[in-house]
Design a protein around this ligand. Structure first.
Ligand SMILES: [Zn+2]
Length: 451
């Protein structure tokens, strides 16, 4: 007797399936079967029965990309301080950013998240650290935008408490009181954080950087995060100026500073890590500290190129980030996959990174950095989060390896994006929102912001 397939099952068939499992299995042609929000089976050969069958016509299927570092609000301030290094850029932009409010944040988040979704990204970490006095609802606005578009978000309650009059970089009017930061972080975690597998909204604790946060707030943030079971994030070792700043103010280099604060640990990941020594890399590997590699932003600000090959060889967890759109005007995570490959080869030669290594950084690597084992690969029981990339366009003509082709010839717009079994991009267009309306509302807010 034939068994009737469960009504929630969907078979995505006739694709090139890149699982990113432990064995780097690929199925060509292959299929992915979802059952509601999770993956039921992945394979090649005879197709299982499912309630619905979708033919992918030879398209490449990868796990959904995971963005491990971003500042969504910065979509409002692209192309500023075009020739500046990090500190000059920040000093020019802090006063502009101080105008952020919930209305602008919502428009910025919708635009940034839409751009990421259209680049194949299913999970976004956002590092928000600008909280002007008297403006509430900023994190809630981001979370609302993510829910509407259908992407998973890890939103951080970031912070700055070291103003210019105390030796920090940000203006005094943009820094907050330490107790207020911690209380607000705890409130947001109680209201929004979903623990466990399949979470769509999570909260991280993310003081901004060594040059904008006191050591005491770093320590108390870590204590709070560990009490509440939240992940910890900060910027680190982005530029040589930052290193000189740390040596002058704290008497040590950035990684040693983090170690003193109890921040080298498996629940921590740091953005950039461009200027790590061999000993620093060994420390990251030994302690399980993760890295968000943001190659385009690092090039845009002339910061340098992170030693990612060395990190991977040492066993460091590494994911990719687009970083904010004021230092990487293109919020396309697949561009970072390609960029990671190119800069690794620029440092270490043609053998330094394969196309599949680069896809792994953007998927499984990012999931590991965020401490998530429910996303990042296509395996039974994991969340049904995946991206479908057409292989029949002009760019891939003549490519005898479509998986390498989407990297070398990338980026391209994702054809279909599935999050928790739900399609949020179909035929290269957002399913639950209107791209043109988002772009128009975003421009309106950006003009209001600039005035
Ligand atoms: Zn950043």
């Amino acid at each position: 007797m034939a068994v009737t397939p469960a009504s929630d099952t969907v078979l995505y068939a006739n694709g090139v399936v890149v699982t990113m499992d432990d064995d780097s299995s690929e199925h060509a042609p292959g299929w992915v079967m979802t059952d509601g929000a999770t993956i039921a089976a992945v394979g090649a050969g005879p197709e299982p029965d499912a309630a619905t069958r979708v033919d992918l016509h030879g398209a490449v299927v990868t796990p959904g990309l995971v963005n491990t570092h971003h500042h969504l609000y910065q979509t409002l301030t692209r192309t500023r301080a075009q020739q500046a290094d990090l500190f000059t850029w920040l000093r020019e932009l802090y006063p502009v950013w101080s105008r952020i409010d919930a209305e602008a944040e919502y428009a910025a988040a919708r635009a940034g998240l839409a751009e990421l979704a259209l680049s194949g990204c299913t999970t976004v970490f956002d590092h928000h650290y600008v909280f002007p006095r008297g403006r509430g609802g900023l994190i809630e606005a981001e979370v609302q935008a993510a829910r509407e578009l259908g992407v998973r978000i890890v939103a951080s309650r970031g912070s700055m408490d070291l103003g210019v009059s105390d030796g920090g970089l940000p203006p005094d009017e943009l820094v907050e009181d330490l107790d207020a930061v911690l209380a607000e972080t705890e409130r947001l975690a109680a209201a929004l954080h979903e623990p466990g597998a399949g979470a769509h909204v999570q909260i991280a604790v993310a003081p901004c950087s060594p040059f904008s946060v006191t050591g005491r707030l770093m320590e108390e943030s870590a204590a709070l995060a560990r009490r509440l079971g939240l992940p910890l994030h900060t910027h680190l070792a982005e530029t040589l100026e930052e290193e000189a700043y740390c040596v002058e103010l704290y008497g040590c280099r950035p990684v040693e500073y983090l170690e003193r604060l109890g921040w080298l640990a498996g629940d921590v990941w740091c953005a950039h890590c461009v200027h790590l020594s061999a000993r620093d890399i060994e420390q990251f590997a030994r302690t399980g500290t993760g890295v968000a590699h943001c190659p385009t932003s690092n090039l845009r600000l002339g910061a340098g190129v992170a030693p990612v090959r060395e990190m991977l060889d040492a066993g460091v967890r590494v994911g990719l980030g687009v970083d904010g759109s004021a230092s990487n005007e293109r919020g396309d995570l697949f561009l970072e996959v390609k960029q990671a490959l190119l800069v690794a080869r620029g440092r270490g030669g043609g053998g330094a990174m394969t196309a599949r290594d680069a896809i792994r950084l953007g998927t499984r690597g990012g999931a590991a950095v965020l401490g998530r084992d429910d996303i990042g690969s296509l395996e039974p029981g994991r969340c049904a989060d995946f991206a479908v990339w057409r292989s029949d366009g002009l760019e891939l003509g003549g490519a005898d390896d479509p998986v390498a082709g989407i990297v070398f010839a990338g980026p391209q717009r994702v054809d279909r994006l599935v999050v928790g079994g739900r399609e949020i991009v179909r035929d290269g267009a957002l399913v639950h929102a209107d791209e043109a309306e988002i772009a128009q509302a975003h421009r309106f807010q950006a003009r209001r912001f600039a005035r």
